[in-house]
Design a protein around this ligand. Sequence first.
Ligand code: TXA
Ligand code: MG
Length: 333
Amino acid sequence: METKIFAKDQLDDAVDLLAKGELVAFPTETVYGLGAIATNEKSVKGVYAAKGRPSDNPLIVTVSDEEMMRRYAKEVPERAEKLIKYFWPGPLTILLFVKPGSLPDAVTGGLDTVAFRCPDDELTHNLISKLGYPIVGPSANTSTKPSPTTAQHVYHDLKGKIAGIIDGGPTRVGLESTIIDLSVKTPIVLRPGEITPEELSEVLGEKVLINTGKVSDKEIPKAPGMKYRHYAPSAPVVVVDDVNDFSKVDFNENIGVMALKDQLAKIDLPDENKFNLGNDLVDADHNLFGGLRYFDDKDNIKQIYVQGFYDGEESLAYMNRLNKAAAGHHFNK
Ligand code: TXA
Ligand code: MG
């Protein structure tokens, strides 16, 4: 299948494909998503197949607004209303009980909950409004690879497997949305993102728990995606927690380094072995997945050292993704 790249002014063509049940990737402020009309079971199954995603890992339902969400939620608690008012459209995914029978089981993985997201992206907002139905929206990467932050990343992973990609340029945030579970007694953040637990707690006026990332068998399926290997390039990734440790690495041409600009300047490696994460943590969030992909495409790179950040809740999302990419491997020498 030919994978078409759509520019901003070709949105109607993308809507037509989705309406026909085809798969089309779309931009959001976090990462690119892989869209299919959420009410068509066959299309939704196609998303799992294109990504190579295990079928027990449910999909986010991407809506154009709260009203569309209400068609598929069993109930919308006051907490959800507060968060929606404050953060939507924006990088917050909200887990609620699903209205039975309103969506195919393939969307929810057979769970009684569903994850709703309303991205802050005009193109995608218009796409879903024109379609008139929500679209599922997992990240548009091959399962286990870093999420795509450009249309080119999507093309790299999914060309020939999907009908189209809407090119909205590089995404703003670079890491996936915060997921909060409101189907439980105390709200809990299942995946950290740009919106922090503290901000959520402030808007809700109550305590918000944070998932530690350790999923026990009994707790499954509170965050099914957590148990899988993720974000991983082919070469092993090592987290460098203390930037002074960069000087202890035995550098050679098979090593790649990802760090902030000022750190990189001190490292004696050819430019092609270095990936600049930018000037601060916000830049690093934006560039992390792109850097992992940069080295994934270089066959000579056998190990990737990546700068860690410890900046309270602000660095939770970055470290969550980096720790998964590194499978918990930290530099210590
Ligand atoms: O920023 C984002 O959220 C991006 C953009 C494209 O919207 N999407 C995204 O989707 O990151 P995905 O599928 O890569 O990650 C969604 C996560 C998965 O870990 C999945 O297990 C979890 O959300 N999830 C989805 N539905 C769930 C449910 N009903 N209960 C628990 N976890 C759920
Ligand atoms: Mg994903």
